[in-house]
Write a protein that binds this ligand. Sequence first.
Ligand code: FAD
Length: 293
Amino acid sequence: MYDMKALYQAADVADAVALRLAHPEAQIIAGGSDVLVQMREGKRAGAELISIYGLDELRGVSLEEDGTLRIGSLTSFSHITQDPLIQKYVNVLGEAVDQVGGPQIRNIGTIGGNTCNGVTSADSASTLHAYDAIVELTGPDGVRRQPIHDFYIKAGKVDIRAGEIQTAILIPKESYENTFGHYIKYAMRNAMDIATLGTSVNVRLSADKKTVERVRVAFGVAGPVPLRAGTAEALAVGQSLSMDLAERFAQAVKEDINPRDSWRAARDFRMHIAVESTKRAFIESVKKAGGEL
Ligand SMILES: Cc1cc2nc3c(=O)[nH]c(=O)nc-3n(C[C@H](O)[C@H](O)[C@H](O)COP(=O)(O)OP(=O)(O)OC[C@H]3O[C@@H](n4cnc5c(N)ncnc54)[C@H](O)[C@@H]3O)c2cc1C
């Protein structure tokens, strides 16, 4: 059924790195929900695969000593949604990945695969950008940590170097502390469809809950790679909460996004959805943070 030349099973992370070096043409396979579909479509004929799916040390969510939230790269979407640490600190990430595909895909698909495929529509990616996530890669020279913004090079291409595998996604405490967020996936239908546009907002309010202390907004499918809208973020910082602010914040995202025409949607339509989704996600985030507009 699958035109495969060889399948190497990694015994641990060091073995995965050694296999990558020994077989530079081989592709990593985690849950396989992208890789196996592509192979079944006849792409990658004669591929060599390195399976890391058995590496339980890359599965799960934990807190590092400094409060950094660590999500192992093999953690599945359903695990993330149900995880108590995710629910407590970055609930919006659990909500976002709960909108991936259907239940089977959410059980098998991993956050590592969702980011390593370099796809702009990946449902985890905009929220990870909105939280300044750090990507951890392990290779022959040890561990390398890189901001997720730099990890994405271009559509479908991420910065994974010779011999490396992605081992974790990290969200620094400074990024998630006292933040409340909301994700809106706009798609043609509710299930089993990829995003026409994905919008992730999170806010941190002042102690009296009347002012925006920090706000983040990031998108999928608003450009070739997921991106943040810094102009809108800067506009809202230090401002008093109001519906007028929500409107101005949403309109400002047009400065930073650059969606394209595709068979799914026209550029203008994506622009419109981006503004409307930003406004709604901002309002919802503020409500979750205990603020009033
Ligand atoms: C029916 C269907 C519906 C889908 N719906 C959605 C959706 O709504 N939203 C969405 O975002 N995605 C969707 N997807 C895509 C897919 O499920 C996700 O991208 C998933 O996260 C991929 O994870 P995986 O573990 O299965 O990756 P795999 O298929 O195993 O790998 C994907 C890519 O990442 C690389 N890779 C994986 N893990 C690592 C690692 N740790 N280090 C280095 N490289 C690695 C692989 O080499 C490969 O290039 C859907 C897929 C299907 C089949």
